[in-house]
Design a protein around this ligand. Structure first.
Ligand SMILES: Cc1ncc(COP(=O)(O)O)c(C=O)c1O
Length: 467
């Protein structure tokens, strides 16, 4: 393929509507009719949903139930125009937000015995993680005079923490993993010093879906007098229900002494609309370091709990609705189906020559190979309609099982296609794969050689409309 063809193909992948829908470069003089706009948007949505609705996508969709989404959207609509900052006008926002936090804290065993966890609703997992970093930085500065803060975490901790640390002037010390692909606690201990503001562990991590040894990390954190944030953005809304269904899951929540904060994403396995996560803290003392107050602004006395200023009342209301509509029975049933499907995948992948499952997964199954180019496996899976998440260091793929993936027919079809994809990779050994490991893109761009150049194009595309 010539480089011009590759560039055209890339543009068509990025802007599939560029030949059929008007590209706006300035606000149109006359506004368009709402019906027409809705019809156009609906046609995009229908086509894009088809990709996920048949269960061939890893992660991303979580619920997949369009009636559920529709009900949440109806709730959203009631408060879509509302700014929750205006609490006096919209007291329901206070009801929704406080109840979301209470329900999540309870789910994480943060409202029993002596623990009385509190929290904040954020815009997503990344904001929850970055906010936690900020809080620990402020706590360490206030209580211990730390001015050159560092955070210690396993290399699988979510990369949003690296981004946040970069923004907040915090040094990140990455610890290696054990042979079981989880945090090496001794290595983390060695990386700590007087400027360490917190440790981080995951339950479960994005790459391999594995739970770090949170019990040992909690003990280390307490011994050294620092906090421990558990990133439950992905696992926070599924592990509690898998455990409640009778599956043995190592403890990772507020039952573990030393765990001082946990993030759990309502917009993932909480089945809410995209745009919310909950950051919880074991104590109000810790949360207090998150508040910002500035008394001398002409606009008024300013007190703000987090990164956001104005926030949509619609998101808070619909997130609350997702929790109360799904209910404990709904979460338990979904977790049972997801866990069963994931375990069938673990067994099936174990029977495919050349493939090896990483660690002991609960709901997200990562697999690698010593013999095959796993990205060639991904190329063939992609041709067969599957959208996996591609990983690196080591090269691997993962399937984060969500509700649309749970029917037996989907699992059987996946295992059949994976077997065929492994055979394809064996036959084409040594050839260059098209897939790479680009977070959020299912590793589907043009291949290792062109990926870096094209990435520049992708970033430009966020600013420039279709050519
Ligand atoms: C373990 C983990 N933490 C944090 C995040 C970031 O969440 P978000 O994409 O909502 O910012 C993710 C996203 O997949 C995740 O898997």
């Amino acid at each position: 393929m010539s480089s011009d063809d590759a560039a055209e193909r890339f543009l068509d992948e990025l802007y599939p509507y560029r030949h059929e829908s008007e590209t706006y470069r300035r606000i149109p003089d006359q506004g368009r009719a709402a019906d027409e706009v809705i019809a156009e948007v609906r046609s995009f949505a229908r086509r894009e949903d088809e990709i996920g609705d048949d269960g061939r996508v890893s992660g991303t969709l979580y619920s997949g139930d369009h009636e559920h989404y529709h009900a949440l959207s109806t709730v959203f609509e009631q408060f879509a125009h509302v700014n929750v900052l205006q609490r006096d006008m919209y007291p329901s926002a206070t009801k929704f937000e406080s109840e979301i936090i209470a329900m999540v804290a309870d789910m994480l065993h943060g409202r029993s015995g002596e623990v009385d966890a509190c929290g904040v609703v954020t815009s997503g997992g990344s904001e929850s993680l970055i906010t936690a970093l900020y809080t620990y930085r402020e706590q360490a500065a206030a209580n211990r005079g730390v001015t050159r803060p560092n955070v210690v975490m396993p290399r699988t901790a979510h990369v949003a923490l690296d981004k946040g640390a970069h923004w907040l002037g915090i040094e990140v010390r990455h610890a290696p993993l054990t042979d079981a692909y989880v945090a090496d606690v001794d290595a983390m201990a060695d990386l700590m010093d007087d400027n360490t503001i917190a440790l981080v562990g995951s339950a479960a991590n994005y790459a391999h879906g594995l739970i770090d040894p949170i019990g040992n990390l909690g003990a280390l954190a307490m011994e050294r007098g620092v906090g421990l944030h558990v990133d439950g953005c992905l696992g926070g809304f599924i592990l509690p229900w898998i455990e409640a269904n009778g599956v043995e899951v190592p403890l990772w929540d507020y039952r573990v002494p030393g765990v001082t904060s946990i993030s759990a994403d309502t917009h993932k396995f909480g089945y809410a609309l995209k745009g919310t996560s909950v950051l919880t803290y074991r104590t109000k003392e810790l949360r207090a370091h998150q508040w910002f107050a500035y008394p001398d602004w002409p606009g008024g006395l300013y007190v703000s709990p987090g990164f956001a200023g104005s926030r949509s009342g619609g998101l808070i209301a619909s997130t609350w609705a997702s929790l109360v509509m799904t209910g404990r029975q709904g979460y338990l049933a979904a977790a049972r189906d997801i866990h069963d499907a994931a375990q069938r995948m673990v067994r099936g992948i174990g029977e495919i020559p050349g493939l090896e499952v990483i660690g002991e997964p609960t709901f997200l199954v990562a697999f690698t190979s010593d013999e095959l180019d796993i990205y060639l496996v991904n190329d063939e899976l992609k041709r067969r309609g599957w959208r996996m998440n591609a990983l690196q260091l080591p090269a691997a793929l993962h399937f984060c099982v969500t509700r649309p993936n749970t029917p037996d027919a989907v699992v059987d079809a996946f295992l059949g296609d994976l077997r065929a994809a492994a055979a394809y990779a064996a036959e084409h050994a040594g050839e260059t794969s098209e897939s790479g490991a680009l977070y959020g893109f299912s590793g589907s761009l043009e291949g290792h050689a062109t990926i870096t150049g094209l990435m520049g194009g992708y970033l430009d595309a966020l600013h420039d409309p279709a050519p």
